[in-house]
Design a protein around this ligand. Structure first.
Ligand SMILES: *Cc1c(COP(=O)(O)O)cnc(C)c1O
Length: 476
């Protein structure tokens, strides 16, 4: 049936379906939060999922049923037994702000295309630069994800620290390099390769037994690289790393960066929100010395995806990355024009992401966000204690964040056999759907990996998880 355009914009239907959707979501959130009978994930093979939606019929007079089926087939982040990847269960009020932004669709490339969200973005950024400990020179913007934020920061680093003008003239053949720990998120590696650094341009620093960068190696590796003709322009600290949630020693890295005149970037996508936690902010001491910092609000700050802050210690440097003419958008290329964020972001059109965080911050305040981080980090310590009390388990490291890696461990079996068992257990848990956890490989050993993202998760849920895993031992 062909729908006329006026039907698409019919506001009666919008009102009716909108109210139904909010009711549906409220019920869903109640159910998800309570854990109850609802599985955290209703697992289907990817091809089966495609098949399901391919044959799906949406009844135009019952859109709510379709929305309901979307809910039922999705993974439930508000479920207390969701403890896999590092995404927040978003705050409902923040999701409402997202909805508002979707209807308004202000594109953000320049002030005129998003007057409110542009102004609000400036205030959100100020809240971050203050919490980081930057002085009044601190600045930045919001962007679409930590991956893009890290790439953008490294592009700024190259513009500021490398003499040849690659942006205008292309590569001069000079071999550029960055230094980063072997535990850094894979997007750093990608960013470096996108920038043409190649494998040789990614100087991986080994990590210690807690998976933190061995900063005592920095000088040696820098000198070796320089002797080979590489021009190192940046060093990246992880706060924290993704697999084990380990925090690099930012003070030591800052000192080295200053000595060698390198751009110091902190990938704080997951763990930098500890700046709001009185108890844990010492994990990032030295972060105010970084030239740039990435923080994902959609990880520890209860904001819907994607909402990432890229912060700069010195405002003027944030304008250098993409300096180019775009006369149809703005007349004065040289003028910083803070309010035309498109000058500084990778994106042209951008979501009104500032609304999501600002709403949360205005309605509930920043303290409660910090308290959430504190509670999740505390819970991870409790979980580690529970794991250590049981004979069948091995803990990878004492957790520094809310990421806990552990494995079933049988001394009678080989590494390979233990790996296979843990991989099978993780797969069985996925398919069964009561819990959601992931896995990671650390120095050749497969570990079960949990990230405690959810304020509804209690120690009792963690005991249930360990019981369940022990229950699999005989069956594997
Ligand atoms: C999640 C994560 C990223 C990637 O961020 P996205 O927002 O998923 O693009 C980068 N670095 C670290 C340390 C992360 O935890």
């Amino acid at each position: 049936m062909k729908k006329s355009i006026s039907e698409i914009f019919d506001t009666d239907r919008f009102k009716k379906e909108g109210h139904k959707l909010v009711d549906l979501l409220a019920n869903y959130l109640d159910q998800a939060k309570s854990g109850g009978e609802m599985p955290v994930l209703n697992w289907k093979d990817p091809d089966k999922q495609v098949e399901y939606w391919k044959n799906y019929v949406v009844d135009p007079d019952d859109i709510a049923s379709y929305f309901s089926d979307v809910l039922n087939n999705s993974i439930h982040l508000h479920h207390p037994k969701y403890m896999g990847h590092q995404l927040s269960p978003p705050a409902p009020v923040s999701a409402l702000a997202d909805f508002l932004g979707a209807v308004l669709n202000n594109g953000m490339v320049g002030y005129e295309m998003g007057p409110v969200s542009t102004a609000i973005e400036r205030l959100v950024i100020q809240c971050f630069t203050e919490a980081l400990g930057y002085d009044s020179e601190g600045d930045g913007f919001l962007t679409s994800g930590g991956t893009l934020g890290n790439l953008t920061a490294l592009l700024t680093a190259r513009k500021v620290k490398v003499d040849s003008n690659i942006w205008e003239e292309g590569s001069s053949g000079e071999k550029l390099a960055v230094m980063v720990s072997s535990e850094a998120h894979y997007c750093i590696d990608r960013a470096a390769r996108i920038m043409g650094l190649g494998s040789d341009g990614i100087l991986l620093i080994e990590t210690n037994e807690d998976f933190q960068m061995k900063t005592e190696l920095l000088e040696l590796i820098f000198q070796e690289a320089t002797e080979k003709g590489l021009k190192v322009f940046s060093i990246i600290g992880s706060a924290c790393s993704t697999a084990t949630g380990s925090y690099d020693n930012l003070e030591a890295i800052a000192e080295f960066a200053a000595k060698r005149d390198l751009w110091f970037h902190v990938d704080g996508a997951h763990g930098a929100p500890v700046i709001f936690s009185g108890k844990y902010k010492q994990l990032v001491s030295g972060i105010h010395l970084a030239d740039s910092v990435v923080i994902d609000c959609h990880k520890m700050l209860m904001t819907p995806t994607l909402t990432t802050a890229l912060l700069y210690k010195r405002s003027e440097q944030s304008y250098k990355t993409f300096q180019q003419d775009a006369h149809y958008l703005w007349q004065q290329e040289e003028d910083p024009e803070w309010f035309n964020y498109g000058k500084r972001t990778f994106e042209c059109t951008k979501l009104m992401m500032s609304l999501k965080f600002f709403t949360l911050m205005k309605v509930y305040g920043l303290d409660v966000l910090g308290e959430n981080v504190t509670a999740l980090y505390d819970l991870a310590k409790t979980f580690a204690t529970l794991i250590k009390q049981r004979n069948h388990f091995e803990l990878a490291i004492e957790p520094q964040s809310n990421i806990v890696c552990f494995r079933l461990m049988n001394n009678q079996l080989s590494d390979l056999e233990n790996n296979e068992i843990n991989a099978r257990v993780r797969k069985a848990i996925l398919v069964e759907g009561e819990f959601y956890i992931v896995q990671t490989t650390l120095r050749g050993k497969i570990f079960l990996r949990t990230t405690l993202m959810n304020p509804f998760t209690t120690p009792e849920h963690l005991v249930e998880l360990l019981d369940k895993i022990e229950g699999y031992i005989e069956k594997m």
